[in-house]
Design a protein around this ligand. Structure first.
Ligand code: GAR
Length: 200
C-alpha cells in the first residue's frame, strides 16, 4: 500500500475530505503522515481525531527554506512516503524538495489555473469580475502554481457573491476533485506528457 503525507497550514477541510476518502476505501492508500507548519492550524485537531501521525515543524529557527525542507524530508523518508499532498500548505517548497519528490507532489489551488495564481485565488477571481472560476489540482513543479494540471472544476460567480459564499462553493468542489485526483495517482492512472496529464 502506498503511503500518503498531507501538508496543511490552516483549516484542513481538504485533509478531512482525503481522510474520509481513505477511510471509506475510495482511496486505497495509507494516510501515513500529516505535516504542518502552523501550531494553531485547525487541521492539527482533525489529524489527531483521525489518529494520523502529526509532524509539526515551525519555520522559526531555520535559516533557509531548504534547511526547513531537509527537516521535513528526513521524516518523509523515515515514513516511506510515496505521495506528498499539499492541502492549503502556505509555504513554498524549495527546489531541493521538488527535485527529491519529482512528479510525486500534488497541490490544490482555488482558481482555474493558470489564472489567479498565488495565495488569494478566490478573492482575486471575484475582484477581477470573471463569471466562472473553480479549483485546480496539479502536479507541483518549481514555478508558483504552474505544474501540469490533473483536474479542474467550474463554479459560477453570481452578482451577490462575497468571498465567503464563493469560497464555500469552491471548497465543495475541491472536496470532490482532490480525493479523485489522489485516487487516480495511487492507481497509477496519471501520466505526465510535457505540460499535459493523460488520464487512463
Ligand atoms: C483551499 O481552498 C486551497 O485551494 C487553498 O487553500 C485552501 C485550504 O483550505 N490553497 C491555496 O490557495 C494554495 N495557493 P483547507 O485548509 O480547508 O483545506
Amino acid at each position: 500500500m502506498k503511503n500518503i503525507a498531507v501538508f496543511c497550514s490552516g483549516n484542513g477541510t481538504n485533509l478531512q475530505a482525503i481522510v474520509d476518502a481513505v477511510e471509506s476505501g475510495y482511496i486505497k492508500a495509507n494516510m501515513a503522515l500529516m505535516v504542518c507548519d502552523n501550531p494553531s492550524a485547525y487541521a492539527l485537531k482533525r489529524a489527531k481525531k483521525a489518529g494520523i501521525e502529526i509532524f509539526l515543524l515551525t519555520p522559526k529557527g531555520f535559516k533557509t527554506r531548504e534547511e526547513y525542507d531537509r527537516g521535513v524530508i528526513k521524516k518523509l523518508t523515515e515514513k516511506k512516503i510515496d505521495l506528498v499532498v499539499l492541502a492549503g500548505f502556505m509555504r513554498l517548497l524549495s527546489p531541493y524538495f521538488i527535485k527529491k519528490y519529482k512528479d510525486k507532489i500534488l497541490n490544490i489551488h482555488p482558481a482555474l489555473l493558470p489564472s489567479f495564481k498565488g495565495t488569494q485565488g478566490i478573492k482575486d477571481a471575484l475582484d477581477y469580475g470573471v463569471k466562472v472560476t473553480g479549483p485546480s489540482v496539479h502536479f507541483v513543479e518549481e514555478g508558483l502554481d504552474s505544474g501540469p494540471i490533473i483536474l479542474q472544476e467550474t463554479v459560477e460567480i453570481n452578482d451577490a457573491d462575497t468571498e465567503e459564499t464563493l469560497a464555500e462553493r469552491i471548497h465543495e468542489k475541491e472536496h470532490i476533485i482532490y480525493p479523485k485526483a489522489i485516487k487516480l495517482f495511487i492507481e497509477g492512472k496519471l501520466k505526465i506528457e510535457g505540460r499535459k496529464v493523460k488520464i487512463s
